[in-house]
Ligand binder design. Structure first.
Ligand code: ZN
Length: 150
């Protein structure tokens, strides 16, 4: 599995260096701010909604490589999805990063998000990886307060 690991590592580094959808959305339909004080990660998620779908999603923020790569991968993964689909993806993602290392990963439905499966070996990093997802959920629920993972 060494090759797969390397590929995963490369993808994470690439998304950290050149994050996708890394910008604000002016007049966004929904937005939320997430903060992970444990690591210092901060992320703001912007959504443009069309009926029940996420027509566009973007983020800005700063943090460690994992949080940035996870935000970037998340925006790619949920764009065009319905709220329910995005929520389902979050649950699968959460199960993956909080699972036991070596647990089978549902790569079929997780797609590129599977590159973050290695995070389950580093409990401290789980919050970094899930921060953008919690922030997305808050934006979808139109919560105004800042999400803080403490
Ligand atoms: Zn972090």
């Amino acid at each position: 599995m060494a090759d797969l690991r390397e590929l995963y590592q490369e993808t994470i580094l690439d998304h950290n260096k050149r994050p996708r959808n890394f910008h604000e959305i002016p007049n966004a339909d929904a937005t939320a701010v997430g903060h992970n004080p444990l690591c210092g990660d901060r992320v703001t998620v912007y959504l443009r909604l069309a009926d029940d779908r996420i027509a566009d999603v973007a983020f800005v923020g700063q943090g460690c490589a994992i949080s940035k790569a996870s935000s970037s991968l998340m925006t790619d993964a949920v764009k065009g999805k319905s709220r329910a689909q995005a929520h389902e993806l979050f649950e699968k993602f959460h199960r993956m990063v909080t699972g036991r290392p070596g647990d089978p990963v549902d790569t079929q439905s997780l797609g590129k998000l599977a590159v973050l499966s290695g995070v389950s070996e580093f409990p401290v990093r789980v919050k970094c990886a899930s921060l953008p997802w919690h922030t997305l959920e808050a934006a979808l629920e139109s919560k105004k307060e800042i999400v803080s993972l403490e």
